[in-house]
Design a protein around this ligand. Structure first.
Ligand code: MLT
Length: 316
């Protein structure tokens, strides 16, 4: 019987081509199943492996009683849409591809920070509405400003290198960031997160969503931030309490925010941040570049070939 790989989110053709080129591999693309639990369960009952991005929720309910499914490859970093303990309990291996979209996510973070600093969306909308508004849209330079990076993994470090190129002062926080590594990167580090909030003009989040990081940006942490701070989130929507952030923007304490990620996705029409004039929003585009999508799809395909055809498990 061929190894059957089910793909339920949009992934690059290059990755699928690698799988199709393997003898004894069959690839079934069913993006219509991403939100259809009974349909997904039925398709998984006849699949050896699953490839997803963030659109498919692979819950305990989806995984329960799956006897053929042996592996799930996440074409991307975050596995928060997969119930990993439930997968493990069912003997299903979960693998991700953390390297492929680092640069794209870091570049999107810089794009949003620059857009916030120079009012790019507001200026675009204003000119298109027939105005020539050079005074109210005056921006500010990034040079000399302080950027706080919460989470100094691959993406956080890539953002730090780029921000240093803009001659910003960079302060990083990560429980796994040593003082030596911070010095090597040319940044400062703080051992406790509460030491970061009050020092920054910009704060960007690059940490996974866990029980500990949920609502990391809350009324309490916002109150510790410098007035006029701007916040960027290209990591996970659940890291920010959106109502608290909206209140801090409305009160003038926070000058603006740029948000790429939401909980849930897509956000509801009455989401407190989406239509706010001081908030720039994008629909989870951090990793959405041609280069990153090819890289993560190819890596996910290679992980599954190694596992299904050769019995090798690789955790990147
Ligand atoms: C990731 O976790 O890899 C990113 O958020 C991008 C994505 O969801 O595809």
């Amino acid at each position: 019987m061929p190894h059957r790989v089910l793909v339920t989110d949009k992934v690059s053709e290059e990755g699928l081509a690698l799988l199709k080129a393997e003898p004894d591999f069959e690839v079934i693309v069913r993006t219509d199943l991403a939100k259809d639990v009974p349909g997904l369960r039925a398709a998984l009952a006849e699949s050896d492996a699953l490839i997803v991005r963030s659109g498919t929720q692979v819950t305990a309910e989806v995984l329960q009683g799956q006897t053929r499914l042996r592996a799930i490859a996440r074409a991307g970093v975050g596995v928060d849409n997969i119930d990993v303990p439930a997968a493990t309990a069912n003997g299903i291996v979960v693998m991700n591809t953390p390297g492929g979209n680092t640069v794209s996510t870091a570049e999107h973070t810089m794009a949003l920070m620059l857009a916030l600093a120079r009012n790019v969306p507001q200026a675009d909308a204003s000119l298109k509405a027939g105005r020539w508004d050079r005074n109210t849209l005056t921006g500010r330079q990034l040079e000399g400003k302080t950027l706080g990076i919460v989470g100094m993994g691959r993406v956080g470090q890539a953002v730090a290198r780029r921000a240093l190129g803009f001659e910003m002062r960079v302060i990083g926080f990560d429980p796994f960031l040593s003082a030596e590594r911070a010095t090597e990167l040319g940044i400062e580090s703080v051992p406790h997160l509460h030491q970061l909030w009050g020092q920054c003009d910009y704060i960007t989040l690059h940490t996974p969503l866990t029980e500990d990081t949920k609502n990391l940006i809350s009324a309490e942490t916002l109150a510790q931030m410098r007035p006029g701070v701007r916040i960027i989130n290209c990591a996970r929507g659940g890291l920010i309490d959106p109502a608290a952030l909206r209140e801090a923007i409305d009160s003038g304490h926070v000058a603006g925010a740029a948000i790429d990620v939401f909980e849930p996705e897509p956000p509801p029409a009455d989401h407190p941040l989406v239509n706010h004039p001081k908030v720039i929003v994008t629909p989870h585009l951090g990793a959405s570049t041609e280069e990153a999508q090819v890289a993560v799809a190819e890596e996910a395909a290679r992980l599954l070939v190694d596992f299904l055809a050769r019995g090798q498990v690789r955790f990147a």
